[in-house]
Ligand binder design. Structure first.
Ligand SMILES: *[C@@H]1O[C@H](CO)[C@@H](O)[C@H](O)[C@H]1NC(C)=O
Ligand SMILES: *[C@@H]1O[C@H](CO)[C@@H](O)[C@H](O)[C@H]1NC(C)=O
Ligand SMILES: *[C@@H]1O[C@H](CO)[C@@H](O)[C@H](O)[C@H]1NC(C)=O
Ligand SMILES: *[C@@H]1O[C@H](CO)[C@@H](O)[C@H](O)[C@H]1NC(C)=O
Ligand SMILES: CC(=O)N[C@H]1CO[C@H](CO)[C@@H](O)[C@@H]1O
Length: 889
């Protein structure tokens, strides 16, 4: 005690000389049950400050020449970007990042901060909670070692250490982080998606929290739901669980209280039990409660997201010892493998077709909740219902946003590198990483335990995939499953995102491509039996866990932010060249050869960058629309299309492919193709059979529907008209007739499908069709694409006569209403609009009701833009046969 006081006094004195009281923020005010993150860090390389962590972790160390960040969590690169040492706009420009000398990250670095805590009292504890530090770390407080790097390892390894003995009123904490190598560490990597950050993501990328408790501390809450079906008709049972641990030196009797409040905040119950724990003992405390007339949590497409609250506290002699609170939703998720070995999910007893995309974290693992919320809004706008996180489990806030929004989450471990380095996977790489040792099985298991605890109460969880490209081996699988079960995991555990054997748990998901360009008919050209022996790997059957035509070309406003003039020239003048902003240099996807060969052949050789980008957006739109329409339409096929995850939703950095919107949130062709193809109520054209599919992903809107079909020549003459009628069925897709009048196409025709409820248009969908389809060489299918041997001919589009489109704008509540009017006798083809500010920069994010639209002759169309900021000054309008122009707002 005397030493403690002396140290504290010394600490105070040193702080006084350092003269920076600001360096010791009050982390917690007095009282148990509170937790706070170390709010920011100073960082420095051990090459500069040495490795005497005992000394560095005493208060008052002069860190004036360290890097000062404002972040509670950042990788080394993330911290240095935050501290202003680097700028992402510079790092990401052209090939600048390629020249970055990463050797400065080959030695350990130190994170340091000082903080104050309330004075020590008997029966009071301070706990240090880590949530994963990359790749591993030594932690010291006030000269005392709290954790070593054997123990504190793995990006997802979270641990709790009692720091009561080491802590003081004034404290210094030091975290030494060790370099990360993806072949040796269970870290957060990017595979072939994009270049690795120069630090390989090393650092305190997640919060380190200090928690104050009494003798009885509480672990994270789990909430288990028993929801009898049909959902909402019978009472539900809610079980709330938390671990209690006696950290004191003697037996303790305590009371555990639990309260559950309904979504309006009204208390449903208050439960309590009296318990006793021996010194050092822990046990799980459990409360069960019936909830009458439960308010059901639904995925957004099907209903609301009511969130209940569970609060638990432990008290000793009426003094609070620890407490936690969580929101939760009442819902059920199941999955089953059908007779074709495909996984099919249900939510609240309803078969749930996964219509989703694969998420990418920021290249420097910076988390921005606002940015993620924008992404979620874009996802719903596109009609998506699920996000796949492949080893990018981010921060706890992600799940809170998903819960509130109604977005389903498929979380899971990442492919390849150390994560999947089991003996049977050694075709993974030329130099396969060493297989796991005992320690690594341990790290993987407690990483799972930590992530499971974070995710468990969240109703947005659809599944956890314990493998991606490969299943984990038996020992790893056992560890993962035990860890999930200990956290009260209730939603499905899937063995892998691919069918590969061996698999301890069947996956029911296919991962057989494509990842590069395939024509639109690919998705509709199904094998008779839809068996896996066929070569039509990716087409619309079963559960495609990651697949797409590889598209996602940014528009010019974004490209100029990260490409030099000569990079821009490469796009259209060097169609086969490997490009730094594509996938990594050793990947098939480093160039745009397959994509560009198709673009040049189908639409004609580009005459300028603008012409190339127009054709690229057309290709991208066509590709994503066909893919989503293919899967959505086969929902009730003999071998149903049970799910689709587009590869990918977004990029880690400004990338040139594999996205539905670019890093700057500009939505272009791949976005609006998706938005059309994934409409919850939709009429889609089948390129192969010429059927019209009526797709309905809603549960509760019904009645008579009609589909008005019109085929138009490029000269604006109507070639064919037809109307199909049908009664719609909830959560179903089926064919309702064939499009006639396409037997003798001369050049290119346009096909318009209008799905109507009376006079109201539910979905408007325009295709461009040539005399014949693209021809695929199925036998030559590879894991990444199927070659096209003969291309469809859309070059006649270049002979479209110019159309005159008038644009008028009205300012609305959250944005603008644009009216486009085609004043010509010919169609105005593929017209896109874009808001820019006074400096000419894109206004992102903007949610457009529709975009990249085709107007019939003399057609008028309203487009609504929802914007957040008020800085839009002009709207840009351009089309395939509409001269680019700008209209002031
Ligand atoms: C590292 O920490 C763990 C857990 O506290 C301990 O069991 C182990 O002995 C330590 N290893 C070394 C090398 O100090
Ligand atoms: C990052 O990991 C790769 C292997 O995946 C390794 O070659 C490289 O040296 C690592 N970089 C650093 C800075 O440790
Ligand atoms: C499903 O998988 C089993 C092996 O797990 C296999 O024997 C069977 O043929 C598969 N069924 C189909 C339709 O592919
Ligand atoms: C989808 O099914 C629901 C429920 O029957 C119905 O109300 C809705 O109109 C259908 N939508 C379409 C476009 O068929
Ligand atoms: C110049 C021209 O052809 N204008 C026509 C555009 O279309 C509208 C109907 O949407 C007609 O009223 C105009 O005469």
């Amino acid at each position: 005690m005397i030493t403690t006081l002396l140290l504290a006094a010394a600490g105070l004195a040193q702080v006084a000389t350092a003269g920076d009281a600001d360096q010791q923020p009050h982390l917690l005010t007095n009282g148990p049950g509170q937790s706070a993150a170390i709010p920011r860090w100073d960082i420095q390389s051990t090459a500069k400050v040495g490795t005497d962590l005992g000394k560095l972790s005493t208060t008052g160390v002069d860190t004036a020449n360290w890097h000062h960040t404002t972040q509670s969590r950042c990788t080394l690169m993330g911290c240095l970007l935050d501290a202003g040492v680097y700028k992402d706009s510079e790092l990401w420009f052209s090939e600048n990042l390629k020249g970055f000398d990463g050797s400065l990250f080959q030695v350990p670095w130190v994170y340091r901060n000082e903080f104050s805590l309330p004075p020590a009292k008997d029966g009071q504890h301070f706990l240090l909670e880590t949530n994963g530090i990359t790749s591993e770390a030594d932690i010291f407080i006030n000269g005392n070692q709290i954790a070593n790097s054997t123990f504190q390892a793995g990006s997802y390894g979270g641990h709790v250490s009692d720091i009561t003995c080491a802590a003081d009123e004034k404290n210094a904490i030091v975290v030494q982080v060790h370099p990360t190598n993806y072949a040796y560490d269970l870290a957060v990597g990017f595979g072939d998606w994009n270049p690795y950050a120069p630090d390989n993501g090393t650092g305190v990328w997640r919060d380190i929290n200090v928690r104050q408790t009494g003798d009885i501390s509480m672990g994270p809450l789990s909430v288990l739901i028993d929801l009898p079906l049909p959902a909402g008709e019978k009472d539900a049972t809610v079980t709330v669980r938390a671990e209690a641990k006696n950290r004191g030196r003697s037996d303790v009797s305590f009371r555990a209280n639990a309260a559950i409040a309904d979504p309006s905040g009204k208390a449903i119950c208050h439960l309590w039990q009296d318990l006793k724990l021996k010194a050092g003992e822990s046990r799980v405390v459990e409360f069960k409660q019936t909830v009458a007339q439960p308010q059901i949590w639904w995925p957004r497409q099907w209903g609301g997201q009511p969130l209940y609250t569970a609060s638990v506290d432990f008290s000793i002699n009426e003094q609070l010892s620890d407490k936690r609170e969580t929101t939760f939703g009442i819902r059920s998720v199941t999955s089953a493998i059908n007779q074709y070995n495909d996984t099919m999910f249900t939510v609240n007893g309803k078969p749930f077709q996964v219509i989703g995309a694969g998420y990418n974290a920021d290249q420097f693992l910076r988390w921005d909740g606002r940015y993620f919320a924008d992404i979620v809004e874009y996802m719903f706008d596109m009609g998506l219902n699920t996000i796949r996180l492949e080893g990018k489990m981010e921060q706890p806030e992600l799940y809170e946003i998903a819960d509130r929004a109604g977005l389903m989450v498929m979380a899971g471990w990442e492919c390849c590198d150390k994560w999947e380095s089991f003996e049977y996977n050694h075709d993974l790489a030329l130099n396969p990483p060493p297989v796991w040792d005992d320690r690594e099985y341990g790290i993987a298991r407690y990483s799972m335990a930590h992530e499971a605890q974070v995710m468990q109460p969240h109703p947005s969880m659809l599944t956890f995939l314990i493998g991606s490209d490969y299943s984990p081996d038996e020992r790893a699988t056992r560890g993962y499953i035990e860890a999930l079960q200990q956290a009260g995991w209730q939603v499905p555990i899937i063995g892998a995102a691919s069918f590969r054997e061996p698999a301890v748990i069947k996956s029911g998901m296919k991962m057989q491509g494509p990842y590069d360009w395939v024509p639109p008919n690919y998705w509709h050209d199904l094998p008779d039996t839809a068996s896996l022996q066929d070569t039509r790997f990716g087409s619309s059957f079963g559960f495609g866990s990651e697949l797409g035509a590889g598209v996602g070309t940014p528009e010019l406003g974004s490209l100029r932010k990260f490409l030099s003039d000569s990079d821009l020239d490469d796009l259209w003048k060097n169609p086969d060249k490997g490009l730094y902003h594509m996938s990594n240099a050793d990947s098939q996807f480093h160039d745009r050869k397959v994509y560009n060969a198709a673009l040049f052949a189908r639409y004609g050789k580009p005459s300028s960058l603008e012409d190339y980008l127009m054709k690229a957006q057309l290709s991208d739109y066509e590709a994503t629309r066909a893919q989503y329409e293919g899967f959505a339409s086969r929902w009730n096929a003999e071998r149903p299309a049970t799910g689709i995850i587009y590869w990918m939703l977004n990029n880690a950095w400004p990338g040139l492919h594999w996205n539905q919107f670019d890093k700057y949130l500009r939505a272009a062709g791949s976005y609006f193709g998706t938005k059309t193809g994934a409409r919850p109520e939709h009429a889609a054209y089948d390129y192969v059979s010429r059927d019209v599919w009526l797709i309905n992903r809603s549960l509760d809107r019904g009645g008579k529907r009609s589909v008005e079909i019109e085929v138009l020549g490029l000269d604006g003459k109507v070639l064919h008209q037809q109307t199909l009628s049908a009664d719609t069925e909830a959560n179903k897709a089926r064919t309702i007739g064939k499009v006639e009048g396409l037997d003798e196409v001369d050049g290119v025709v346009l096909l318009r499908l209008l799905l109507k409820d009376g006079d109201a248009v539910l979905s408007r969908n325009v295709y461009w069709l040539g005399a014949s389809l693209d021809e695929l060489d199925w036998e030559a299918s590879d894991w990444w694409y199927t070659p096209t041997t003969k291309y469809a001919d859309y070059t006649a589009l270049s002979s479209l006569k110019p159309a005159d489109v008038a644009t008028t704008v009205v300012r609305g509540k959250d944005g603008y209403q644009l009216t486009l009017e085609n004043r010509s006798d010919v169609p105005a083809f593929f017209v896109s609009v874009n808001l820019i500010d006074a400096q000419g920069h894109d206004v992102n994010p903007t949610v457009w009701s529709d975009n990249y639209v085709t107007l019939w002759p003399h057609e008028k169309m309203d487009l609504i833009a929802r914007v957040r900021g008020g800085n839009a000054a002009k709207v840009q309008v351009k089309g395939y046969n509409v001269e680019a122009g700008e209209v002031a707002l």
